[in-house]
Design a protein around this ligand. Structure first.
Ligand SMILES: [Zn+2]
Length: 426
């Protein structure tokens, strides 16, 4: 058992932040020997319960749950910041050429290693990420994640049409590969598999139907894809699937809307789409830096809440511009404020932080597992330095409330704030 004394942030069951200015986090094995949070709360109240436990003194720093990135593309690590005229040219000119290189296991392994190091440097301890259409890209990511002890989810991209040579897969083989990868990796250590159609326009109906059959057969496997990111893409999906009620409806028609189904973007949805997501348990991965970078549109937080659909935050690198959860939370704030295409609102600092930790975990079906520091949660957390830069030190020293402290970190923070990322207690 080990304990840490620092300011401590976590969340209650009503999504509210809970803060101890002088807190104690106790980490130790559960009944199965898995490292979990044993206690979290006020130092003076708890310390008497743990005589003899070694306490690391981190006063002046803030311990918070590790961040959860609900949607990111590890093979696009080198695509970040590529100049392009919107989504479809960006895919054609940058993304597909880069992804074609992931047929080479050595290349995939090298990029995966860099990607995980970068996530941890930014305080992201769990991610749901796309691989590429090559099974080797999935093996490489799982091997690197496993070596680091991460809770991590990925899957082989399915794209058997409207894709160039080098990334396009073959319908029947793609489904055989997917099932083999599920059996090889899902549930191994902390790893999980996600059935991963790139997006409806790049899959034939036969491939989507096969994906839906696998999703029904393996009910605790995740599903990830994209939907309703920009208007050209929505029009294209409507042309390709004229019988579907909407773009989102395509996924419903093929059995790809259910719990643990995660759809990036969800910008250009209508009320019936949002109701369908809420009813089926499918959730949105809100990707604000990507949406602003590519000019795709603005996620409507209020409409999502009104419909009762789940969502959380995501970097969507390489369309997204940063691995930093702070940059993503700030962009989410700006997207929420936008009031020309939808009503503008001010997400509170606590809401933004929740959406990138406990809220994202809940949306993934991992509530109480990661993204929080309640007793029983897996011991993934970050140590943050609120004095990491001169301006942050000046600003946080003037904070009179938790909201002011958290918002200073959201607006001014980046990787310099992250002192340490702790995975499974070590
Ligand atoms: Zn994406």
């Amino acid at each position: 058992m080990k304990a840490y004394r620092a300011a401590l942030l976590r969340f209650d069951d009503d999504q509210r932040p809970v803060y101890d200015a002088d807190g104690l986090l106790v980490v130790g094995p559960d009944a199965n020997g898995k490292p979990v949070v044993r206690a979290a709360g006020d130092h003076a109240t708890l310390i008497g319960n743990y005589p003899g436990v070694s306490v690391e003194d981190l006063r002046g720093q803030l311990i918070a749950p590790g961040f959860v990135d609900m949607h990111v593309h590890y093979p696009q690590t080198d695509v970040i910041g590529a100049p392009a005229a919107g989504l479809l040219p960006w895919l054609e000119n940058y993304t597909f050429p880069h992804e074609s290189r992931f047929a080479d296991p050595a290349h995939a392994r090298e990029v995966a290693a860099f990607f995980f190091d970068e996530l941890l440097r930014h305080g992201v301890t769990t991610a749901l990420t796309f691989a590429t259409s090559h099974p080797a890209s999935v093996d490489a990511a799982f091997e690197e994640a496993r070596a680091r002890g991460l809770r991590f989810i990925t899957g082989k991209v399915l794209q058997d049409r409207h894709s160039p040579d080098g990334v396009r897969d073959e319908t029947e083989q793609s489904l055989i590969d997917t099932e083999a990868l599920i059996q090889r990796w899902h549930g191994v250590d902390r790893l999980g598999y996600a059935i991963t159609p790139r997006f409806a326009p790049t899959s034939t109906p036969v491939q989507l139907r096969g994906a839906g059959e696998l999703a029904a057969k393996y009910g605790d496997v995740w599903i990830q894809s994209h939907v309703a990111e920009n208007r050209d893409e929505v029009r294209w999906a409507a042309e390709l699937f004229p019988d579907a009620r909407s773009y989102l409806g395509v996924y419903g028609d093929f059995g790809l809307l259910r719990e643990r189904a995660v759809y990036a973007h969800c910008i250009h949805l209508d009320a019936a789409d949002r109701a369908q997501m809420a009813r089926t348990g499918a959730v949105a991965a809100v990707s604000p830096t990507s949406n602003l970078f590519l000019g795709s549109g603005f996620f409507d937080f209020a409409a999502a809440d009104a419909a009762g659909m789940g969502y959380g935050l995501a970097s969507d690198v390489g369309g997204g511009t940063s691995f930093s959860p702070f940059h993503t939370m700030l962009a989410a704030y700006c997207v929420g404020r936008e009031g020309h295409t939808k009503p503008g609102l001010s997400l509170t600092p606590g809401q933004l932080w929740w959406q990138h930790t406990a809220g994202a975990a809940r949306a993934l079906g991992l509530e109480g597992v990661v993204g929080n520091l309640q007793p029983g949660c897996e011991a993934d957390f970050v140590v943050l330095n609120p004095q990491a830069t001169p301006l942050l030190a000046r600003k946080t020293s003037q904070a009179n409330s938790l909201d002011e402290l958290l918002f200073a970190l959201i607006v001014l923070g980046d990787d310099r704030v992250v002192v340490r990322s702790v995975i499974a207690g070590s």
